[in-house]
Design a protein around this ligand. Structure first.
Ligand code: 5GP
Ligand code: ZN
Length: 116
């Protein structure tokens, strides 16, 4: 655990979160400032700064994060209409929390992929 990492603190139970799914290696919880009717964050319990670091260090764990994201999307009723899965990475990607996480976004048409 990284001592000053927000998401490590959520994994440790030191900061509350609305958990929607938990596996041995992953955790999914609702975003505190949802950008869509469904906005869930899916993280590895182990700390990695971003998806690139995680994917290179542990492809199996990365697969587990994807599996949890897929299960959450189904569980949240997004299977038919679809949804978006995003890993913001680095400053140009708009990443604000430096613990790897996928955003599962859906529940309404999401519009164009990028703001213009
Ligand atoms: P990023 O911009 O790094 O891809 O996404 C970070 C996300 O974390 C943002 O969507 C933000 O709303 C969310 N977030 C920030 N602080 C908290 C928190 O304390 N709890 C939860 N559940 N989400 C948070
Ligand atoms: Zn962390």
């Amino acid at each position: 655990m990284e001592t000053d990492c927000l998401f490590c603190k959520i994994v440790a139970g030191e900061i509350p979160a609305t958990v929607v799914r938990e596996t041995e290696t992953t955790l999914a919880f609702r975003d505190i400032a949802p950008k869509a009717p469904v906005h869930v964050l899916v993280i590895p319990k182990e700390h990695f700064v971003d998806v690139v670091t995680m994917a290179q260090a542990d492809p199996e764990l990365t697969g587990a994060v994807m599996e949890t994201a897929a299960t959450v999307a189904e569980q949240e009723g997004l299977g038919i209409d679809g949804f978006r899965l995003i890993f913001n990475t680095g400053p140009w990607g708009g990443q604000e929390v430096f613990h790897a996480h996928a955003h599962v976004l859906g529940g309404a048409p999401l519009g164009p992929m990028l703001a213009r």
